[in-house]
Design a protein. Structure first.
Length: 372
């Protein structure tokens, strides 16, 4: 019995020793692999948006999700700190104040505190995406301001707050409008549809805030940050991404559904009216490229039709910028397939003024006490 007991004890000791050797060998192997990957700089590039996998799934069939890039990597923007207080009011990313081309309030042009130099003054607030933002000084909102101010027969000073932001959807535009309505604009131009149509694997915009807040909470963990820096983790993550995007048909969703897009537009119109402003709907210009076309681009026209239908049913000014631009050679007025160039913005501004000109004249005359 003693011999059997000693034998079992020796076997158990050898098993424990063997387990320890296997564990140590595994740890050593992982360390060696990590060091080798670091030395060889593999993977040689980080994932495009450098954040957790659910936020950056690229889908060859429908497009790609650039919300993570604007939130975490874009030098022009920073995380909207409202996310920490109420994720339902967050717009996810906002312009960095005093970073060109933005002013101290993160907009382009005049600020909420800037006052007019004369009584005959009209304030314009432009809400939209990157086509509205453009480079600021040659964007269609800016050129429109210059056209109004240069009209001698109007004798009216135009003030502009361009609150367009790269990558914004109508969901974000609605939240953003509520922040700048204190500007007390007389006219609010609204142009969305391109980013709304984007089909993504991560949650749609109205649920994205909660997911983003959870992710930010995870980042507070030292373990999470350490794992993210591991080349082994990065390699496994890229491998997973490759499999999902090349061999699977991942479930995707619109950033903003057509129904919610219409709902957001109507709510923006309602806010404008309640605050004494004239809302103006502008469709989203684009053209189909000769090279491979992402499927979601076809949906932009569908959303433009929704925008036009809303404007007509609400009896408000409509500038169908998309239809307007189609009469020109796209290579002459577009900088790429979804953004106008300087000439395109100039032409669009001139046409926009034709749409809002009567409203501009009415408002300027009213403010001057003119009965015309």
């Amino acid at each position: 019995m003693n011999f059997l007991a000693r034998l079992l004890e020796n076997l158990d000791r050898r098993k424990r020793l063997s387990n320890i050797v296997i564990l140590c060998s595994s740890i050593l192997l992982i360390v060696l692999i990590e060091l080798t990957l670091q030395l060889l700089d593999i993977p040689d590039r980080r994932l495009k948006y450098d954040i957790s996998l659910p936020f950056i799934i690229e889908n060859d069939h429908r497009g790609l999700d650039w919300r993570g890039y604007h939130t975490f990597n874009d030098k022009l923007f920073e995380i909207d700190d409202v996310i920490y207080r109420d994720e339902n009011d967050s717009v996810f990313w906002v312009p960095k104040p005093d970073t060109h081309p933005f002013n101290s309030e993160g907009t382009i042009g005049d600020r909420t505190s800037d006052s007019c130099n004369s009584q005959r003054c009209i304030k314009i607030l432009s809400i939209g995406d990157s086509n509205t933002l453009w480079d600021g000084e040659t964007s269609y909102p800016f050129v429109t301001r210059e056209i109004i101010s240069g009209k001698g027969d109007l004798n009216c000073e135009a003030r502009l707050m361009n609150a367009g932001v790269h990558g914004y959807s109508s969901y974000q535009g609605l939240k953003y409008l509520k922040r700048f309505i204190r500007y007390k604009p007389d006219i609010i131009t609204i142009s969305f549809g391109w980013n709304d149509t984007l089909s993504v694997r991560a949650p749609e915009d109205k649920s994205y805030g909660k997911a983003l807040k959870r992710f930010l909470a995870q980042q507070e963990s030292v373990l999470f940050r350490t794992v993210r820096k591991s080349r082994i983790f990065q390699l496994l993550e890229q491998g997973t991404l490759f499999i999902i995007t090349r061999f699977l048909e991942p479930r995707t969703r619109y950033r903003v559904t057509p129904a919610d897009f219409e709902k957001n537009l109507r709510e923006m119109i309602s806010i404008a009216r309640l605050n004494g402003a004239v809302p103006v709907i502008i469709t989203r210009p684009h053209y189909f490229r000769k090279e491979k076309i992402l499927n979601f681009e076809y949906d932009v026209d569908r959303y433009n039709e929704i925008a036009k239908r809303v404007a007509i049913s609400e009896n408000i000014p409509l500038f169908d910028m998309h239809s307007f631009t189609r009469q020109f050679n796209p290579e002459k007025i577009f900088s790429d397939y979804s953004h106008l160039n300087t000439e395109g913005h100039r032409l669009a501004a001139e046409e926009l003024f034709k749409t809002i000109g009567p409203e501009v004249e009415r408002i300027c005359n009213r403010k001057n006490g003119d009965s015309k």
